[in-house]
Ligand binder design. Sequence first.
Ligand code: XMP
Length: 305
Amino acid sequence: MVDTDTFVPEAVTEIGDEIGDANAVIALSGGVDSSVAAALAYEAIGDRLTPVYVDTGLMRKGETDQIRETFDYMESLRIVDAKDRFLEALAGVTDPEEKRKIIGEQFIREFEREAKDADADYLVQGTIYPDRIESEGGIKSHHNVGGLPDVVDFDGIVEPVRDLYKDEVREVARALDLDELVAERMPFPGPGLAVRVIGEVTDEKLEVAREACHVVEDELEEYEPWQALAAVIGKATGVKGDNRVHGWVVSVRSVDSRDGMTARAQEIDWEALQRIQSRITGANDNVARVVYDVTHKPPATIEYE
Ligand code: XMP
């Protein structure tokens, strides 16, 4: 629990003190963490904040439009189309940690460029407590922490929600009157769909994962999962018409959790699972199978890479 009555003014003051008279950029992802960080920073420094949304091509379906709508009131919002640069940097890379590092570095480069343009010396990030713990513990390098390159061209990085758990960030979001959709949104990982396709990131796999994630979030909303997702985990044989095909295997996952550190796979009705299967295979001719992941965390993680 966080006392929002004291947290909000303290965070705003701290951001103002850290940034002083300088300008800052905020990395918007559309998730609750960066949205709260943005709202706090906006309150602290107003128009000296430039919110930057990098469209990596690894985002949820419809995300860019959603961002445009949510942050419409911030006039300095910049939307950067970086899809080609991310895909090029990731081409041929199969190792999960390497993928995360490449994405983290590319992110920072994009921000640096925008920051120079906005004459900003500070970078605001929505890093939360579990991101730091998991990176420091060497479990995975989260793109916004462990993936940072050694030399970052900013005077400082400001992380106003760095000591909060996800449910506490949601409390702050409600206290700030952020759009309920944003406040209650399921977490989405910084490296996006890149950690929901096993192995090399390709346009084809991304399209399958993006549509499947959309179907899963939509169909499982009533189960109120902490997080629900789909991942492209490999290839297997299937039948389309009279032909055997070698198509994608999509794994569906829905978990309950408090903070993402541990999680329990949810029990989902057969009918809901069948609807999901039918929508995912219906949307993509090249999906051969849909499976449901029953593994808790530990021993599994929530994401696939
Ligand atoms: P795992 O897969 O480690 O995920 O069990 C725990 C929670 O963290 C999210 N996640 C990330 N978030 N950058 C992020 O901002 C990352 O690199 C990252 N990796 C995992 C994941 O979606 C889950 O909510």
